[in-house]
Design a protein around this ligand. Structure first.
Ligand code: DQA
Length: 148
């Protein structure tokens, strides 16, 4: 099973960026943490971070017939990108949306998520642990699918 982990704009600045909201750990810390859990679960992972909407759309399209699941934190594009929503709809790969902060408790403009319209599950406000929960969810979902 292969899971593609996509992080959107400014998440490469984790550790520097608003540590009161996003914490002091870096993007590489996040990747290492997910890799460790993935190894324990026997899941293959691929990581992609971009500050560019079109590059994220290209990556989602390239996952067609390649990835079995997507974990995505679209960052600010969550609230604006119909293109990312449409790409996820096009490939129809099981998707979990993750936000480090709780977007429902912040500014009004963060309350709308286009990606939530396609995501099987949305995890918010659990910090980096949200990505691990997403990984667990997608890998257990695989077990359920095999059992059917
Ligand atoms: C975020 C929340 C978004 O509103 C924000 O634009 C981000 C990060 C989060 O992980 O909490 O860049 O997706």
């Amino acid at each position: 099973m292969k899971i593609l982990v996509i992080n959107g704009p400014n998440l490469n600045m984790l550790g520097i960026r608003e540590p009161g909201i996003y914490g002091k750990s870096t993007y590489s810390d996040l990747v290492e943490m997910i890799k460790k859990r993935a190894e324990a679960l026997g899941v293959q992972t691929e990581f992609f971070q971009s500050n560019h909407e079109g590059d994220i759309v290209d990556k989602i399209q390239a996952a067609y017939n390649d990835a079995d699941g997507i974990i995505i934190n679209p960052a600010a594009y969550t609230h604006t990108s119909i293109a990312i929503l449409d790409a996820l709809k096009a490939v129809a790969i099981p998707t979990v949306e993750v936000h480090i902060s709780d977007i429902s408790q912040r500014e009004d403009f963060r309350k709308l998520s286009y990606v939530s319209l396609i995501a099987q599950k949305t995890i918010c406000g659990k910090g980096f642990d949200g990505y691990l929960e997403a990984l667990d969810y997608l890998s257990h979902r695989r077990v359920e699918l095999r059992m059917v």
